[in-house]
Design a protein around this ligand. Structure first.
Ligand SMILES: Nc1ccccc1-c1cnco1
Length: 250
């Protein structure tokens, strides 16, 4: 899987060199390439934004550097995908074959575990990190002529830019890419994986500051343990996130 990130803060993504994702990159499972948007500027000050048409506070990111950078990435990836003259699939397949370009945005659809699962199956995703004031709207429209474009939000709060959101999304789908996590079993029993919040977990010692571990977890009775854990999931979900409960369990 190839991931391209366009940002004015390339150093921000050094975080992707450590931990699980660092190993996935070393193992060649995820090929992450970071692009400095300012490299596509032509003026001495490497300007990437300007005042908004129609007035208002803040600055808007200029379209030219974005168009040039995204075109270069998509042209490079098209070259990776094989020689020119590639058989052109019919419309349905072509839509699936086009790369995915994701722009974190407070105006986007909310990123969920289902989004992460879908992204983990994509051969190539380009992430465009904009500022809160936004990227010139024509960038999304122009990019949509050659790629699938998605505006995605992490939730209803304000960030200064897309870099934090992209890091979170890469962690969320990166761990689902086959081979990244050693034991795929560990991906199954997690919050949101089955639509419910996860059950509480315990480990040694059996007694800690006067607090014991639930007896059922020490019983060795696997069916009872599974039933207790599922009940805990339902109780926790009902209490903390009732909107996640399936209608029949609401
Ligand atoms: N606030 C933002 C500003 C810029 C790019 C993304 C966001 C964002 C994404 N999810 C919530 O906010």
């Amino acid at each position: 899987m190839r991931v391209d990130i366009v940002t004015i803060f390339p150093e921000f993504f050094q975080v992707l060199d450590v931990s699980l994702l660092g190993k996935a990159r070393q193992d060649g499972l995820i090929d992450v390439r970071v692009h400095d948007l300012r490299d596509a500027t032509t003026d001495r000050h490497r300007t990437v934004d300007d005042t908004p048409y129609g007035g208002g506070a803040g600055m808007v990111m200029k379209p030219e550097p974005w168009g040039q950078t995204i075109d270069a990435i998509l042209d490079d990836a098209a070259g990776d995908r094989g020689a020119p003259g590639l058989a052109v699939a019919d419309d349905a397949e072509l839509a699936d074959a086009r790369p995915l370009v994701v722009f974190p945005s407070p105006a986007g659809t909310v990123f969920t575990q289902a989004t992460a699962r879908r992204y983990a199956l994509e051969p190539h995703i380009v992430f465009g990190c904009g500022r809160y004031e936004g990227i010139d709207q024509r960038v999304f429209e122009d990019t949509a002529e050659r790629a699938r474009v998605e505006l995605v939000s992490l939730g209803d709060y304000v960030l200064n830019g897309g870099e934090v959101a992209v890091t979170a999304m890469i962690e969320a789908f990166g761990r689902l890419v086959p081979g990244v996590v050693g034991n795929p079993e560990s991906l199954v029993e997690e919050s949101h994986e089955d639509g419910l919040l996860e059950y509480p977990s315990y480990t040694k010692p059996a007694l800690w500051r006067g607090r014991e571990v639930p007896d059922v977890l020490l019983s060795g009775h696997h069916a009872k343990i599974a039933a207790w854990r599922h009940e805990q999931q339902l109780e926790r979900t009902r209490r903390v996130r009732p909107e996640l409960l399936p209608p029949e369990l609401g």
